[in-house]
Design a binder for this molecule. Structure first.
Ligand SMILES: Cc1cc2nc3c(=O)[nH]c(=O)nc-3n(C[C@H](O)[C@H](O)[C@H](O)COP(=O)(O)OP(=O)(O)OC[C@H]3O[C@@H](n4cnc5c(N)ncnc54)[C@H](O)[C@@H]3O)c2cc1C
Length: 497
Protein backbone atom coordinates (compact mmCIF):
# COMPACT_ATOMS: atom_id res chain seq x y z
CA UNK A 1 0.00 0.00 0.00
CA UNK A 2 1.42 3.39 -1.05
CA UNK A 3 2.09 5.72 1.88
CA UNK A 4 2.20 9.53 2.03
CA UNK A 5 2.45 12.20 4.68
CA UNK A 6 -0.81 13.71 3.47
CA UNK A 7 -3.58 12.63 1.13
CA UNK A 8 -5.79 15.50 -0.06
CA UNK A 9 -9.14 14.51 -1.52
CA UNK A 10 -10.43 16.75 -4.31
CA UNK A 11 -8.44 18.65 -6.91
CA UNK A 12 -10.42 21.91 -6.88
CA UNK A 13 -9.08 25.16 -5.45
CA UNK A 14 -9.37 23.91 -1.85
CA UNK A 15 -7.51 20.66 -2.40
CA UNK A 16 -4.88 22.17 -4.66
CA UNK A 17 -4.01 25.12 -2.39
CA UNK A 18 -3.79 22.78 0.61
CA UNK A 19 -1.60 20.49 -1.50
CA UNK A 20 0.77 23.30 -2.51
CA UNK A 21 1.14 24.58 1.06
CA UNK A 22 2.00 21.19 2.50
CA UNK A 23 4.24 20.15 -0.39
CA UNK A 24 6.11 23.44 -0.02
CA UNK A 25 6.47 22.75 3.69
CA UNK A 26 8.27 19.52 2.92
CA UNK A 27 5.50 16.97 3.15
CA UNK A 28 5.01 14.08 0.82
CA UNK A 29 1.57 15.04 -0.55
CA UNK A 30 -0.83 13.24 -2.85
CA UNK A 31 -3.91 15.03 -4.19
CA UNK A 32 -6.57 12.70 -5.54
CA UNK A 33 -9.08 14.04 -8.06
CA UNK A 34 -11.96 12.01 -9.44
CA UNK A 35 -11.84 13.62 -12.90
CA UNK A 36 -9.27 13.51 -15.66
CA UNK A 37 -8.53 17.20 -15.14
CA UNK A 38 -7.87 19.31 -12.06
CA UNK A 39 -9.77 22.44 -11.08
CA UNK A 40 -13.34 21.65 -9.96
CA UNK A 41 -15.03 25.05 -10.26
CA UNK A 42 -11.78 26.46 -11.70
CA UNK A 43 -12.08 24.22 -14.75
CA UNK A 44 -12.26 25.82 -18.16
CA UNK A 45 -13.54 23.83 -21.12
CA UNK A 46 -13.47 24.39 -24.84
CA UNK A 47 -16.33 24.81 -27.26
CA UNK A 48 -14.85 25.33 -30.71
CA UNK A 49 -12.17 28.00 -30.39
CA UNK A 50 -13.69 29.36 -27.21
CA UNK A 51 -12.63 28.85 -23.60
CA UNK A 52 -15.55 28.71 -21.18
CA UNK A 53 -15.11 28.98 -17.41
CA UNK A 54 -16.97 26.81 -14.94
CA UNK A 55 -17.01 29.04 -11.87
CA UNK A 56 -14.42 31.72 -11.28
CA UNK A 57 -15.06 35.01 -13.02
CA UNK A 58 -13.31 37.54 -10.86
CA UNK A 59 -11.11 37.59 -7.79
CA UNK A 60 -10.27 40.34 -5.30
CA UNK A 61 -7.25 41.43 -3.22
CA UNK A 62 -4.88 40.71 -6.10
CA UNK A 63 -2.88 43.92 -6.13
CA UNK A 64 0.68 43.71 -4.84
CA UNK A 65 0.73 43.62 -1.03
CA UNK A 66 -2.89 42.46 -0.77
CA UNK A 67 -4.01 39.18 0.75
CA UNK A 68 -4.70 37.03 -2.32
CA UNK A 69 -1.55 38.34 -4.01
CA UNK A 70 0.46 37.42 -0.91
CA UNK A 71 -0.92 33.86 -0.83
CA UNK A 72 -0.23 33.34 -4.53
CA UNK A 73 3.24 34.84 -4.07
CA UNK A 74 3.99 32.31 -1.33
CA UNK A 75 2.65 29.56 -3.61
CA UNK A 76 5.07 30.68 -6.33
CA UNK A 77 2.45 31.41 -8.99
CA UNK A 78 1.57 35.10 -8.74
CA UNK A 79 3.84 36.31 -11.53
CA UNK A 80 2.65 33.60 -13.87
CA UNK A 81 -1.07 34.31 -13.65
CA UNK A 82 -2.50 35.98 -16.70
CA UNK A 83 -4.81 38.60 -15.25
CA UNK A 84 -6.83 41.62 -16.32
CA UNK A 85 -7.48 44.31 -13.73
CA UNK A 86 -11.11 45.41 -13.62
CA UNK A 87 -12.13 49.03 -14.06
CA UNK A 88 -11.07 51.13 -11.09
CA UNK A 89 -13.84 53.64 -11.80
CA UNK A 90 -16.47 50.91 -11.60
CA UNK A 91 -15.77 47.19 -11.59
CA UNK A 92 -19.32 46.15 -10.61
CA UNK A 93 -22.41 47.87 -12.01
CA UNK A 94 -25.89 47.29 -10.59
CA UNK A 95 -28.91 47.91 -12.79
CA UNK A 96 -32.35 47.88 -11.14
CA UNK A 97 -35.63 47.77 -13.01
CA UNK A 98 -36.69 51.23 -11.85
CA UNK A 99 -34.00 52.58 -14.20
CA UNK A 100 -31.42 53.25 -11.47
CA UNK A 101 -27.81 52.20 -11.91
CA UNK A 102 -25.05 52.20 -9.29
CA UNK A 103 -21.43 51.15 -9.38
CA UNK A 104 -18.74 49.97 -7.01
CA UNK A 105 -15.41 51.66 -7.66
CA UNK A 106 -12.00 50.40 -6.58
CA UNK A 107 -10.22 51.91 -3.58
CA UNK A 108 -12.21 53.06 -0.56
CA UNK A 109 -12.01 56.78 -1.38
CA UNK A 110 -13.27 56.28 -4.91
CA UNK A 111 -15.90 53.79 -3.70
CA UNK A 112 -17.25 56.32 -1.18
CA UNK A 113 -17.14 59.30 -3.55
CA UNK A 114 -18.89 57.41 -6.37
CA UNK A 115 -21.87 56.53 -4.20
CA UNK A 116 -21.82 59.81 -2.26
CA UNK A 117 -22.04 61.74 -5.55
CA UNK A 118 -25.60 60.50 -5.80
CA UNK A 119 -26.33 60.54 -2.08
CA UNK A 120 -24.31 63.47 -0.68
CA UNK A 121 -26.27 63.44 2.61
CA UNK A 122 -25.14 59.87 3.18
CA UNK A 123 -21.40 60.40 2.73
CA UNK A 124 -20.68 59.81 6.43
CA UNK A 125 -23.02 56.81 6.49
CA UNK A 126 -21.27 55.24 3.49
CA UNK A 127 -17.95 55.87 5.23
CA UNK A 128 -19.23 54.10 8.34
CA UNK A 129 -20.19 50.99 6.36
CA UNK A 130 -16.82 51.12 4.60
CA UNK A 131 -15.06 51.25 7.96
CA UNK A 132 -16.88 48.04 8.89
CA UNK A 133 -16.07 46.36 5.56
CA UNK A 134 -12.43 47.37 5.87
CA UNK A 135 -12.21 46.15 9.47
CA UNK A 136 -13.53 42.72 8.44
CA UNK A 137 -11.27 42.52 5.40
CA UNK A 138 -8.20 43.43 7.38
CA UNK A 139 -8.66 40.45 9.73
CA UNK A 140 -6.86 38.36 7.11
CA UNK A 141 -4.40 40.95 5.78
CA UNK A 142 -0.70 40.27 5.12
CA UNK A 143 0.13 42.30 8.27
CA UNK A 144 -1.93 39.82 10.29
CA UNK A 145 0.00 36.96 8.64
CA UNK A 146 3.30 38.59 9.55
CA UNK A 147 2.11 38.75 13.16
CA UNK A 148 1.77 34.98 13.06
CA UNK A 149 -1.99 34.69 12.59
CA UNK A 150 -4.07 33.63 9.61
CA UNK A 151 -7.18 35.39 10.83
CA UNK A 152 -7.40 37.88 13.64
CA UNK A 153 -10.87 38.56 14.98
CA UNK A 154 -12.94 37.54 11.95
CA UNK A 155 -15.01 35.36 14.24
CA UNK A 156 -16.40 38.55 15.88
CA UNK A 157 -18.37 39.29 12.70
CA UNK A 158 -19.94 35.93 11.92
CA UNK A 159 -22.97 36.48 14.15
CA UNK A 160 -23.68 40.02 12.91
CA UNK A 161 -26.18 40.47 10.09
CA UNK A 162 -24.83 42.28 7.00
CA UNK A 163 -28.29 43.44 6.00
CA UNK A 164 -28.99 44.93 9.44
CA UNK A 165 -25.64 46.68 9.61
CA UNK A 166 -26.11 48.28 6.21
CA UNK A 167 -29.66 49.32 7.11
CA UNK A 168 -28.47 50.69 10.47
CA UNK A 169 -26.06 53.09 8.81
CA UNK A 170 -27.65 53.91 5.45
CA UNK A 171 -30.99 55.74 5.37
CA UNK A 172 -31.91 55.40 1.70
CA UNK A 173 -33.29 51.99 0.83
CA UNK A 174 -32.01 52.38 -2.73
CA UNK A 175 -28.51 53.03 -1.46
CA UNK A 176 -28.73 50.05 0.92
CA UNK A 177 -29.33 47.84 -2.11
CA UNK A 178 -26.48 49.48 -4.00
CA UNK A 179 -24.12 48.79 -1.08
CA UNK A 180 -25.10 45.10 -1.21
CA UNK A 181 -25.46 44.93 -5.00
CA UNK A 182 -22.82 42.20 -5.31
CA UNK A 183 -24.65 39.88 -2.90
CA UNK A 184 -25.26 37.26 -5.63
CA UNK A 185 -21.52 36.65 -5.45
CA UNK A 186 -22.05 35.00 -2.10
CA UNK A 187 -25.70 33.90 -2.40
CA UNK A 188 -26.52 36.79 -0.09
CA UNK A 189 -29.61 36.49 2.00
CA UNK A 190 -31.15 39.21 4.16
CA UNK A 191 -31.68 36.88 7.10
CA UNK A 192 -28.56 34.75 7.04
CA UNK A 193 -25.61 36.62 5.48
CA UNK A 194 -23.10 37.74 8.06
CA UNK A 195 -21.05 40.90 8.12
CA UNK A 196 -18.07 38.52 7.88
CA UNK A 197 -19.10 37.16 4.47
CA UNK A 198 -20.24 40.53 3.11
CA UNK A 199 -17.19 42.36 4.46
CA UNK A 200 -14.61 39.78 3.39
CA UNK A 201 -15.80 39.57 -0.23
CA UNK A 202 -16.68 43.25 -0.66
CA UNK A 203 -13.38 44.40 0.84
CA UNK A 204 -11.37 42.11 -1.40
CA UNK A 205 -13.02 43.51 -4.54
CA UNK A 206 -12.81 47.15 -3.41
CA UNK A 207 -9.09 46.53 -2.83
CA UNK A 208 -8.18 45.04 -6.17
CA UNK A 209 -10.45 42.96 -8.45
CA UNK A 210 -9.13 41.04 -11.44
CA UNK A 211 -10.44 38.61 -14.06
CA UNK A 212 -8.49 35.71 -15.58
CA UNK A 213 -7.38 36.33 -19.15
CA UNK A 214 -8.23 33.25 -21.25
CA UNK A 215 -9.84 31.35 -18.40
CA UNK A 216 -9.38 30.20 -14.81
CA UNK A 217 -7.96 26.74 -15.62
CA UNK A 218 -4.52 28.38 -15.55
CA UNK A 219 -4.82 28.79 -11.77
CA UNK A 220 -5.58 25.08 -11.25
CA UNK A 221 -2.80 24.03 -13.62
CA UNK A 222 -0.21 26.25 -11.95
CA UNK A 223 -1.17 24.97 -8.49
CA UNK A 224 -0.95 21.35 -9.67
CA UNK A 225 2.44 22.11 -11.21
CA UNK A 226 3.68 23.59 -7.93
CA UNK A 227 2.62 20.47 -6.03
CA UNK A 228 4.70 18.36 -8.40
CA UNK A 229 7.63 20.80 -8.31
CA UNK A 230 7.74 20.36 -4.54
CA UNK A 231 7.76 16.59 -4.82
CA UNK A 232 4.03 15.90 -4.49
CA UNK A 233 1.69 13.89 -6.68
CA UNK A 234 -1.58 14.83 -8.32
CA UNK A 235 -3.49 11.71 -9.22
CA UNK A 236 -6.28 12.09 -11.74
CA UNK A 237 -9.18 9.66 -12.25
CA UNK A 238 -8.73 8.80 -8.57
CA UNK A 239 -12.06 8.94 -6.81
CA UNK A 240 -12.14 8.70 -3.03
CA UNK A 241 -14.64 5.94 -2.23
CA UNK A 242 -14.08 5.04 1.44
CA UNK A 243 -12.26 6.38 4.47
CA UNK A 244 -11.37 3.42 6.67
CA UNK A 245 -11.19 4.21 10.38
CA UNK A 246 -9.59 2.40 13.25
CA UNK A 247 -10.96 3.83 16.48
CA UNK A 248 -10.67 7.60 15.93
CA UNK A 249 -7.93 7.55 13.27
CA UNK A 250 -7.99 7.16 9.51
CA UNK A 251 -6.10 3.98 8.78
CA UNK A 252 -6.36 4.09 4.98
CA UNK A 253 -8.39 5.51 2.15
CA UNK A 254 -9.87 3.46 -0.64
CA UNK A 255 -10.24 4.67 -4.21
CA UNK A 256 -13.16 3.68 -6.43
CA UNK A 257 -10.70 1.45 -8.30
CA UNK A 258 -10.19 -0.54 -5.09
CA UNK A 259 -6.65 0.74 -4.58
CA UNK A 260 -5.78 1.50 -0.95
CA UNK A 261 -3.60 4.42 0.13
CA UNK A 262 -2.28 5.33 3.54
CA UNK A 263 -1.19 8.66 5.05
CA UNK A 264 -0.41 10.26 8.38
CA UNK A 265 -3.01 12.92 7.57
CA UNK A 266 -6.06 12.97 5.33
CA UNK A 267 -7.56 16.29 4.22
CA UNK A 268 -10.91 16.27 2.47
CA UNK A 269 -12.03 19.22 0.37
CA UNK A 270 -15.26 17.43 -0.52
CA UNK A 271 -18.55 18.78 0.76
CA UNK A 272 -18.63 17.79 4.48
CA UNK A 273 -21.76 15.65 4.08
CA UNK A 274 -19.92 13.63 1.43
CA UNK A 275 -16.77 13.30 3.47
CA UNK A 276 -18.63 11.96 6.49
CA UNK A 277 -20.71 9.62 4.31
CA UNK A 278 -17.46 7.88 3.28
CA UNK A 279 -16.43 6.91 6.84
CA UNK A 280 -16.15 3.15 7.38
CA UNK A 281 -16.09 1.51 10.84
CA UNK A 282 -17.14 4.78 12.42
CA UNK A 283 -17.50 4.61 16.19
CA UNK A 284 -16.78 8.30 16.81
CA UNK A 285 -19.82 10.07 15.41
CA UNK A 286 -23.38 9.38 16.50
CA UNK A 287 -26.30 9.23 14.10
CA UNK A 288 -27.49 12.69 15.26
CA UNK A 289 -24.28 14.20 13.92
CA UNK A 290 -24.88 12.81 10.41
CA UNK A 291 -28.47 14.03 10.53
CA UNK A 292 -27.26 17.50 11.45
CA UNK A 293 -24.57 17.65 8.75
CA UNK A 294 -26.93 16.33 6.09
CA UNK A 295 -29.64 18.79 7.05
CA UNK A 296 -27.50 21.90 6.62
CA UNK A 297 -28.84 24.07 3.83
CA UNK A 298 -26.69 24.59 0.74
CA UNK A 299 -26.60 27.87 -1.16
CA UNK A 300 -28.47 27.97 -4.44
CA UNK A 301 -26.89 26.91 -7.70
CA UNK A 302 -26.42 28.97 -10.84
CA UNK A 303 -27.82 28.59 -14.31
CA UNK A 304 -24.95 29.56 -16.58
CA UNK A 305 -25.60 30.82 -20.08
CA UNK A 306 -22.44 30.99 -22.17
CA UNK A 307 -22.66 33.15 -25.24
CA UNK A 308 -19.93 32.70 -27.80
CA UNK A 309 -19.87 35.77 -29.99
CA UNK A 310 -19.44 36.63 -33.62
CA UNK A 311 -15.83 37.69 -34.25
CA UNK A 312 -15.01 41.28 -33.27
CA UNK A 313 -18.61 42.08 -32.44
CA UNK A 314 -18.29 43.02 -28.74
CA UNK A 315 -15.50 45.13 -27.33
CA UNK A 316 -14.18 43.78 -24.05
CA UNK A 317 -15.19 45.95 -21.11
CA UNK A 318 -13.49 45.26 -17.78
CA UNK A 319 -16.67 45.53 -15.74
CA UNK A 320 -19.25 43.13 -14.38
CA UNK A 321 -22.93 44.00 -14.71
CA UNK A 322 -25.56 42.81 -12.26
CA UNK A 323 -29.08 43.17 -13.62
CA UNK A 324 -32.05 42.93 -11.28
CA UNK A 325 -35.65 42.05 -11.99
CA UNK A 326 -36.79 44.47 -9.29
CA UNK A 327 -35.24 46.91 -6.86
CA UNK A 328 -34.24 44.44 -4.14
CA UNK A 329 -30.64 43.26 -4.56
CA UNK A 330 -31.13 40.42 -2.06
CA UNK A 331 -34.25 38.92 -3.64
CA UNK A 332 -33.97 35.49 -5.22
CA UNK A 333 -37.54 35.13 -6.39
CA UNK A 334 -39.01 37.07 -9.27
CA UNK A 335 -41.15 35.97 -12.15
CA UNK A 336 -39.84 36.82 -15.59
CA UNK A 337 -41.95 35.38 -18.39
CA UNK A 338 -42.75 32.28 -16.35
CA UNK A 339 -39.15 31.77 -15.20
CA UNK A 340 -37.67 32.60 -11.83
CA UNK A 341 -35.12 35.19 -12.87
CA UNK A 342 -34.39 37.55 -10.00
CA UNK A 343 -31.07 38.78 -11.33
CA UNK A 344 -28.31 37.93 -13.75
CA UNK A 345 -24.62 38.72 -13.53
CA UNK A 346 -22.92 39.41 -16.85
CA UNK A 347 -19.15 38.86 -17.03
CA UNK A 348 -17.00 39.27 -20.11
CA UNK A 349 -13.95 37.15 -20.67
CA UNK A 350 -10.74 39.01 -21.41
CA UNK A 351 -8.70 37.46 -24.22
CA UNK A 352 -4.97 37.92 -24.67
CA UNK A 353 -4.02 40.44 -27.37
CA UNK A 354 -7.56 41.32 -28.32
CA UNK A 355 -9.69 44.33 -27.60
CA UNK A 356 -12.74 42.17 -28.27
CA UNK A 357 -14.25 39.49 -26.09
CA UNK A 358 -15.44 36.26 -27.62
CA UNK A 359 -17.35 34.93 -24.59
CA UNK A 360 -19.97 36.54 -22.36
CA UNK A 361 -21.15 34.54 -19.35
CA UNK A 362 -24.53 35.11 -17.74
CA UNK A 363 -25.00 33.74 -14.22
CA UNK A 364 -28.53 33.43 -12.88
CA UNK A 365 -29.39 32.02 -9.43
CA UNK A 366 -31.29 28.75 -9.71
CA UNK A 367 -32.30 26.25 -7.07
CA UNK A 368 -31.94 22.55 -7.87
CA UNK A 369 -35.68 22.27 -7.30
CA UNK A 370 -36.18 24.17 -10.58
CA UNK A 371 -34.70 21.15 -12.40
CA UNK A 372 -35.95 18.55 -9.93
CA UNK A 373 -37.75 16.61 -12.71
CA UNK A 374 -34.36 15.50 -14.04
CA UNK A 375 -32.57 15.06 -10.70
CA UNK A 376 -32.22 11.31 -11.24
CA UNK A 377 -30.52 11.70 -14.60
CA UNK A 378 -26.86 12.33 -15.31
CA UNK A 379 -24.79 14.42 -17.71
CA UNK A 380 -24.98 12.98 -21.23
CA UNK A 381 -28.14 10.97 -20.54
CA UNK A 382 -30.76 13.64 -20.07
CA UNK A 383 -34.10 13.88 -21.86
CA UNK A 384 -35.30 16.22 -24.58
CA UNK A 385 -37.53 17.91 -22.02
CA UNK A 386 -34.43 18.89 -20.07
CA UNK A 387 -32.81 20.30 -23.21
CA UNK A 388 -36.00 22.23 -23.95
CA UNK A 389 -36.04 23.56 -20.38
CA UNK A 390 -32.46 24.75 -20.73
CA UNK A 391 -33.16 26.35 -24.06
CA UNK A 392 -36.26 28.18 -22.92
CA UNK A 393 -34.56 29.34 -19.69
CA UNK A 394 -31.50 30.60 -21.55
CA UNK A 395 -33.73 32.45 -24.04
CA UNK A 396 -35.52 34.10 -21.10
CA UNK A 397 -32.16 35.06 -19.55
CA UNK A 398 -30.94 36.61 -22.82
CA UNK A 399 -34.24 38.40 -23.19
CA UNK A 400 -33.97 39.69 -19.63
CA UNK A 401 -30.40 40.89 -20.10
CA UNK A 402 -31.30 42.50 -23.44
CA UNK A 403 -33.45 45.03 -21.59
CA UNK A 404 -30.20 46.47 -20.23
CA UNK A 405 -27.94 45.48 -23.13
CA UNK A 406 -30.06 45.67 -26.29
CA UNK A 407 -27.29 44.94 -28.81
CA UNK A 408 -26.11 41.71 -27.17
CA UNK A 409 -28.49 39.31 -28.92
CA UNK A 410 -27.31 40.39 -32.36
CA UNK A 411 -23.71 39.46 -31.49
CA UNK A 412 -24.42 35.89 -30.37
CA UNK A 413 -22.97 33.06 -32.40
CA UNK A 414 -23.72 30.04 -30.18
CA UNK A 415 -25.33 29.43 -26.79
CA UNK A 416 -24.22 26.82 -24.24
CA UNK A 417 -25.78 26.25 -20.85
CA UNK A 418 -25.17 24.59 -17.48
CA UNK A 419 -27.70 24.05 -14.72
CA UNK A 420 -27.20 23.19 -11.03
CA UNK A 421 -27.51 19.54 -12.17
CA UNK A 422 -24.46 20.01 -14.40
CA UNK A 423 -22.44 21.35 -11.46
CA UNK A 424 -23.72 18.56 -9.21
CA UNK A 425 -22.61 15.93 -11.70
CA UNK A 426 -19.19 17.44 -12.46
CA UNK A 427 -18.07 18.62 -9.00
CA UNK A 428 -20.27 16.26 -6.91
CA UNK A 429 -21.53 19.26 -4.93
CA UNK A 430 -24.86 18.36 -3.29
CA UNK A 431 -27.82 20.28 -4.78
CA UNK A 432 -25.47 21.67 -7.44
CA UNK A 433 -24.87 24.43 -4.91
CA UNK A 434 -22.62 27.22 -6.17
CA UNK A 435 -20.99 28.09 -2.86
CA UNK A 436 -21.55 25.09 -0.58
CA UNK A 437 -23.11 25.19 2.88
CA UNK A 438 -25.06 28.36 3.61
CA UNK A 439 -23.64 30.14 6.65
CA UNK A 440 -26.23 31.61 8.95
CA UNK A 441 -25.36 34.58 11.15
CA UNK A 442 -28.30 33.64 13.42
CA UNK A 443 -26.77 30.25 14.04
CA UNK A 444 -23.08 30.60 13.19
CA UNK A 445 -21.67 27.77 15.25
CA UNK A 446 -23.94 25.22 13.61
CA UNK A 447 -23.22 26.33 10.05
CA UNK A 448 -19.50 27.13 10.30
CA UNK A 449 -17.72 23.79 9.97
CA UNK A 450 -14.38 23.50 11.82
CA UNK A 451 -11.30 22.35 9.92
CA UNK A 452 -10.65 19.76 12.62
CA UNK A 453 -12.84 16.70 12.95
CA UNK A 454 -13.13 14.29 15.87
CA UNK A 455 -11.13 11.80 13.79
CA UNK A 456 -7.62 12.69 14.95
CA UNK A 457 -5.92 12.72 11.53
CA UNK A 458 -8.84 13.80 9.33
CA UNK A 459 -9.11 17.50 8.45
CA UNK A 460 -11.59 19.39 6.32
CA UNK A 461 -11.09 22.16 3.81
CA UNK A 462 -12.92 23.52 0.74
CA UNK A 463 -15.59 26.12 0.21
CA UNK A 464 -18.16 24.72 2.65
CA UNK A 465 -15.81 25.24 5.57
CA UNK A 466 -15.51 28.88 6.68
CA UNK A 467 -16.08 30.91 3.48
CA UNK A 468 -16.24 30.20 -0.29
CA UNK A 469 -14.68 31.88 -3.33
CA UNK A 470 -11.06 32.20 -4.36
CA UNK A 471 -9.99 34.14 -1.30
CA UNK A 472 -12.19 32.31 1.22
CA UNK A 473 -11.28 28.83 0.01
CA UNK A 474 -7.55 29.67 -0.02
CA UNK A 475 -7.63 31.12 3.51
CA UNK A 476 -9.47 28.01 4.65
CA UNK A 477 -6.73 25.84 3.16
CA UNK A 478 -4.17 27.79 5.19
CA UNK A 479 -6.26 27.29 8.34
CA UNK A 480 -6.46 23.57 7.60
CA UNK A 481 -2.75 23.17 6.89
CA UNK A 482 -1.92 25.18 10.03
CA UNK A 483 -3.40 22.27 12.00
CA UNK A 484 -0.47 20.21 10.71
CA UNK A 485 2.45 22.64 10.50
CA UNK A 486 1.44 25.22 13.13
CA UNK A 487 -0.37 28.53 12.72
CA UNK A 488 2.36 30.97 13.69
CA UNK A 489 4.96 29.22 11.55
CA UNK A 490 2.73 29.03 8.47
CA UNK A 491 1.26 32.52 8.78
CA UNK A 492 4.73 34.08 9.00
CA UNK A 493 5.98 31.99 6.07
CA UNK A 494 3.08 33.19 3.89
CA UNK A 495 3.21 36.77 5.17
CA UNK A 496 6.95 37.13 4.62
CA UNK A 497 7.14 35.34 1.27
C1 LIG B 1 -20.88 29.37 -11.40
C2 LIG B 1 -19.94 29.78 -10.31
C3 LIG B 1 -19.33 31.03 -10.36
C4 LIG B 1 -18.41 31.40 -9.37
N1 LIG B 1 -17.77 32.60 -9.49
C5 LIG B 1 -16.80 32.93 -8.61
C6 LIG B 1 -16.05 34.11 -8.78
O1 LIG B 1 -16.24 34.87 -9.72
N2 LIG B 1 -15.09 34.40 -7.85
C7 LIG B 1 -14.84 33.58 -6.79
O2 LIG B 1 -13.94 33.89 -5.99
N3 LIG B 1 -15.53 32.44 -6.61
C8 LIG B 1 -16.50 32.09 -7.49
N4 LIG B 1 -17.20 30.92 -7.33
C9 LIG B 1 -16.90 30.07 -6.17
C10 LIG B 1 -15.61 29.29 -6.35
O3 LIG B 1 -15.55 28.73 -7.64
C11 LIG B 1 -15.57 28.16 -5.31
O4 LIG B 1 -15.80 28.68 -4.02
C12 LIG B 1 -14.25 27.37 -5.27
O5 LIG B 1 -13.71 27.16 -6.54
C13 LIG B 1 -14.53 26.05 -4.57
O6 LIG B 1 -13.37 25.23 -4.54
P1 LIG B 1 -13.44 23.82 -3.79
O7 LIG B 1 -12.13 23.17 -3.97
O8 LIG B 1 -13.96 24.00 -2.41
O9 LIG B 1 -14.59 22.98 -4.53
P2 LIG B 1 -14.68 22.42 -6.02
O10 LIG B 1 -14.19 23.40 -7.00
O11 LIG B 1 -16.08 21.91 -6.17
O12 LIG B 1 -13.67 21.20 -6.04
C14 LIG B 1 -13.96 19.97 -5.47
C15 LIG B 1 -13.18 18.94 -6.26
O13 LIG B 1 -13.32 17.68 -5.62
C16 LIG B 1 -13.50 16.69 -6.62
N5 LIG B 1 -14.19 15.56 -6.00
C17 LIG B 1 -15.47 15.50 -5.55
N6 LIG B 1 -15.70 14.28 -5.02
C18 LIG B 1 -14.54 13.58 -5.12
C19 LIG B 1 -14.14 12.27 -4.71
N7 LIG B 1 -15.00 11.42 -4.11
N8 LIG B 1 -12.86 11.88 -4.95
C20 LIG B 1 -11.97 12.72 -5.58
N9 LIG B 1 -12.32 13.96 -5.98
C21 LIG B 1 -13.58 14.39 -5.74
C22 LIG B 1 -14.33 17.39 -7.69
O14 LIG B 1 -14.26 16.73 -8.93
C23 LIG B 1 -13.68 18.76 -7.69
O15 LIG B 1 -12.60 18.81 -8.59
C24 LIG B 1 -18.13 30.52 -8.29
C25 LIG B 1 -18.76 29.27 -8.22
C26 LIG B 1 -19.65 28.90 -9.22
C27 LIG B 1 -20.30 27.54 -9.14
Amino acid sequence: MKEYDVIVAGGGLGGLTAGVILAKEGMNVCVIEQHSIVGGCLQSFRRGDHILDTGMHYVGSLDKGQTMHQYFKYMGIVDRLNLQKLDEEGFDYFHFNDGSTFRHAMGYERFIETLAAEYPDERENIKNVCRLINRVGRTISPEVLRRGKISDGGIDYISISAFEQIARHIKSERLQHAMAGNCKLYAGNKLTTSLYEYGMITHSNIEGAYAFTDGSQQLADLLAEQIKTHGGEVRLNAKLAKIHLNANRVESVELASGEMLRAKWVISSLHPSQTFALLENNTTYKRAFFTRINSLENTYGLFTTYLTLKPNSVRYVNQNHYMFNGTDAWSTTADYKGHNISSTLLCMQPNANSEYTNVVTLLTPMSLTQCQDWANSHVGQRSNEYREFKQSFSEAVIDFVSQYYPTLRGSIDKIYTATPLTYRDYTSTPDGSAYGIRKDCRNPLVTMIPTRTRIANLLLTGQSVNIHGCLGTTITSALTCAEIVGTEYLAKKIGNA
